[in-house]
Design a protein. Structure first.
Length: 497
């Protein structure tokens, strides 16, 4: 059989083959281009005065050149056989609104633009950290309308990590950097925004906020299996079908939302979580301490600042957890005493009796900023949160002392609120007490308790705290160690907005 070549068909074949080859070559080149996790992107804030980690992928075994505009010095690193590479960049002090670039080149050039040098904070937790400035449906944030009007600030940059629950750790997140405008702030964490706004005003440097939060999430969800090993009752998922809840199951949010951020240079962390752990309150202090230690070890940048909100008062009987939340708040007070470079913002005056998402998010964010400004940035003259220190029983009167109370304690309304102050005798029955203050001592007495042995203040699910120091609330407390009530036999579901 004789084969005849059709010139036109041969030409079309060669053309198609060449096009295919060009397309394949282009795809290979595109795949080889330097890629970075999404939190390293246009518009980001890079931590000032730091050794900044940068990582990503490129061509296998390629030399990757990195040139930041603030130094114009080339940093070289080599990708491994899988194309993974890491580098460290030195950053200078912030230089206002100066826009920088980072050029990355493995044979093909990639450029990150509109970068600022400033302060970077990770903001994590559950719904009260996630709650945007626009609020949830039927649950507004106090003052949001007025604050949205004046929120535009090109030196305040916002990044929200998209919700992602994973059985195993992943390498990147979904999200993008946005400048603060009414459109971006409206949908951004209210607590984080107020925190960042306060830092901007006080420090006058760019601020970058990275929010990784999921409503209803447990503390366990933000930890690894190794960090949870001391907590024998924690169920670690081994298969996808073991994930009984995408936001509350142990390890899954660490894997999907936090692990990709680990190593990103930042100043510190703010945390607003605890509501989901109310039924498991006895282990919370130890668990949060383990989580903080785990995050710090993973980041490998020393004992970075960790500031957290105490959960606000709320009537937990509405979700079948009545009587348990004051014990969780007590656990939270223990953490700052045990953990270095760690402080708690009290919200005893900022709760909402019928809503687990209080409206006073400005107080939450600004009080976290107060802790950061005083303890991380060394700003002098700021008020402090006084804390229960000790109690002395003098006959029929209990005398309570406080730490960090140089300005003396006082009642918010001038007189004590009935029902907030209680004393008990050996029978462990608490009775309302008359309360008075002399300097920084609280004196409690009840005609029904001849010889008090225990004191409690605002130790209820719902209590509008009225004991103050220097404009800030004092945490609820108790002086006894009597057993807490048993938790519910069934688990109520918190709002998963």
């Amino acid at each position: 059989m004789t084969f005849r070549l059709n010139p036109s068909r041969f030409s079309r074949f060669i053309g198609a083959a060449a096009a295919t080859l060009v397309l394949q070559t282009w795809c290979l080149d595109a795949a080889a281009r330097v890629e970075l996790p999404r939190m390293f992107g246009n518009g980001m804030v890079v931590q000032r005065n730091a050794q900044v980690n940068l990582w990503g992928t490129a061509r296998a075994n390629a030399t990757v050149k990195i040139i930041p505009s603030w130094s114009r010095q080339t940093v070289r690193t080599t990708a491994d056989a899988n194309g993974r590479w890491r580098a460290v960049l030195s950053t200078p002090d912030a230089d206002g609104a100066t826009e920088h670039t980072i050029v990355l080149d493995d044979g093909e050039r990639t450029e990150l633009r509109n970068i600022l040098l400033g302060e970077v904070w990770i903001c994590s937790g559950q719904s009260n950290m996630e709650m945007p400035l626009k609020g949830f449906k039927g649950q507004p944030v106090e003052g949001a309308t007025e604050d949205l009007i004046g929120c535009t600030d090109r030196c305040l940059r916002l990044f929200t990590v998209k919700r992602n629950s994973q059985l195993h750790p992943v390498d990147t997140v979904s999200g993008s950097w946005r400048e603060a405008t009414p459109a971006s702030v409206r949908n951004f964490s209210a607590t984080a925004y107020y925190f960042g706004r306060a830092l901007r005003r006080a420090l006058d440097v760019p601020v970058g906020l990275v929010v990784a939060a999921w409503g209803g999430s447990s503390c366990e969800a933000w930890m690894t299996a190794e960090w949870l090993r001391p907590f024998a009752d924690t169920r670690i998922p081994l298969r996808q079908e073991d994930i009984w809840s995408p936001n509350r199951c142990a390890t899954v949010l660490y894997n999907g939302m936090l692990h990709p951020l680990v190593g990103m240079a930042m100043r510190g962390v703010i945390w607003y979580q605890g509501e989901d752990n109310v039924p498991r309150h006895p282990s919370y202090a130890a668990m949060l301490e383990s989580m903080i230690g785990g995050w710090r070890a993973a980041w490998a940048q020393g004992p970075f600042p960790f500031y957290y909100c105490q959960i606000a008062p709320y009537d937990y009987s509405l979700i079948n957890w009545g009587g348990l939340s004051p014990f969780l708040r007590e656990q939270q007070t223990l953490v700052e005493r045990r953990v270095e470079n760690c402080r708690m913002a009290c919200l005893m005056d900022a709760g909402l009796r019928y809503g687990i998402h209080p409206r006073k998010k400005r107080q939450a964010g600004e009080r976290l900023a107060l802790l950061a400004l005083a303890n991380t940035y060394g700003v002098k003259g700021l008020p402090e949160f006084a804390a229960f220190s000790s109690v002395e029983f003098r006959g029929d009167t209990a005398v309570v002392a406080f730490d960090r109370s140089k300005e003396w304690i006082y009642f918010e309304q001038g007189q004590p609120t009935p029902g907030l102050y209680k004393v008990a005798g050996e029978d462990r029955q608490f009775h309302d007490a008359d309360a008075r203050i002399e300097r920084n001592r609280l004196y409690l007495h009840s005609p029904r308790v001849a010889h008090p042995v225990a004191v409690r203040y605002a130790f209820d699910d719902w209590a509008q705290g009225d004991l103050m120091h220097d404009g800030l609330p004092v945490s609820s407390f108790r002086t006894d160690t009597w057993d807490a009530p048993q938790g519910p036999t069934t688990t109520s579901s918190l709002h998963n907005h």
